[in-house]
Design a protein around this ligand. Structure first.
Ligand code: PLP
Length: 386
């Protein structure tokens, strides 16, 4: 089996596993029990990992809050910002009550924003173009002094399209709105620097970047200070923003994964970019049989989302036997509803249903991609007409 589903989850890097190994058993303990030496040592490890995560995105370690993953980080960013504003709002109607986001965001962003309607917030879901990029005119028209928060992903999990975060964030700042970026798919794939991007909040996930599952982080800007209401009640960990005992081995693993992501981003992207161009050559040559969804310019090197024009779903899946690939988002794999990400880009629903995401990773071997090229060039993609 050739694993091409790295955007659903990437394998733990062996160096991450090595870094975590001592803390499951030999060096066990609670990093919050700082009245003894072991606890103090583990607390030091937490801070070391916090520094590694901060370093990977150009942040101050005090700006990193560990969470259980990007889903929780996105919930904390959006709901935390809205609930804080709600709690401290003055006269009715005088406050910022709008949340802007885009149609191709991850479900956890869309649902978190919409859930805030219970507290009087209006969520505006903005369109994207056929290339998957944010519709700039619609965004400009929606931005005003009533916008509390804008939430946009850096890299799309289905199409690999890269949004112009710095430009979007600058426009939000111009009307006094805060900006959240879901960077779950960006860490290790594109350069990430919170200062350059100009964001107030940024979400990360361990298992999308060769780290462990069950851990992520939220960057929360200190200057100017981004204020959030915590979602959990408890022991006041993580600067009172995220209660709960930190899962120390996972924290150590995320730190190592983030460090590797920053170090190896450029070389991973360069290697996979060569293969992506080789695939695109075949796809272009056989353009009557298949097409790539999403911008060809603004995309990561690790993704190809392809619609097969002459095949039905079964024939498409047959052609890709032996490959672990995604034909819809993991959450809704059982039903065959066309992907909302593709349909909101204006991809025809029948074409959207006959599409696959190939996502390549650090562990993907050159021989694996040669096999992808063989399938892309094979007669089986031509359907029954040939
Ligand atoms: C996977 C993913 C998430 C959710 O991350 P978890 O750590 O699995 O909760 C959020 N946003 C995007 C873009 C993702 O790809």
């Amino acid at each position: 089996m050739i694993y091409l589903d790295n955007q659903a989850s990437s394998p733990c890097d062996p160096r991450v596993l090595d870094a975590m190994a001592p803390y499951w058993q030999r060096l066990y303990g609670n990093p919050h029990s700082i009245e003894h030496g072991r606890g103090l040592m583990l607390a030091g490890k937490v801070e070391e990992a916090r520094g590694q995560v901060a370093g990977a995105i150009g942040a101050d370690p005090r700006e990193i809050i560990f969470t259980s993953g990007a889903t929780e980080a996105n919930n904390l960013a959006i709901k935390g910002a809205a609930l804080f504003a709600h709690k401290h709002s003055g006269k009715a109607g005088a406050e910022r009550r709008k949340i802007l986001t885009f149609a191709t965001e991850h479900k956890c962003v869309l649902q978190s924003a919409k859930a805030m309607s219970d507290f009087g917030f209006e969520t505006i879901v903005l369109p994207v173009g056929h290339d998957g990029l944010a519709d700039w005119d619609a965004y400009q028209a929606a931005l005003d002094e009533q916008v509390l928060l804008v939430s946009t992903m850096a890299v799309n999990n289905e199409t690999g399209v890269i949004q112009p975060i710095a430009r979007l964030a600058e426009a939000a700042k111009a009307v006094g709105a805060k900006f959240h970026c879901d960077a779950a798919q960006a860490l290790g794939k594109i350069p990430l620097d919170v200062g350059t991007l100009g964001v107030d909040l940024l979400s990360l996930s361990g298992h999308k970047a060769y780290g462990p599952m069950g851990i992520g982080a939220l960057y929360v800007r200190r200057r100017p200070r981004m204020r959030l209401e915590p979602l959990f009640s408890g022991g006041g960990q993580e600067r009172e923003l995220r209660a709960g005992t930190l899962p120390l081995p996972l924290v150590v693993g995320l730190g190592k994964a983030a460090e590797l992501a920053a170090q190896e981003q450029a070389q991973d992207a360069a290697r996979l970019g060569v293969w992506q161009r080789a695939c695109l050559e075949v796809i272009t040559r056989r353009g009557n049989l298949m097409r790539v969804n999403g911008s060809l310019e603004q995309r990561i090197a690790h993704n190809l989302n392809i619609s097969f024009l002459k095949l039905d779903r079964e024939a498409m899946l047959r052609a890709w036997t032996g490959f672990a690939v995604s034909s819809g988002s993991a959450c809704s794999a059982a039903d065959v509803e066309p992907s909302y990400v593709l349909t909101s880009m204006g991809v025809d629903p029948s074409e959207a249903q006959c599409s696959l995401r190939l996502s390549f990773g650090r562990q993907t071997r050159d021989e694996d991609i040669k096999q992808v090229l063989a399938v892309l060039d094979s007669p089986s993609l031509a359907g029954s007409s040939e």
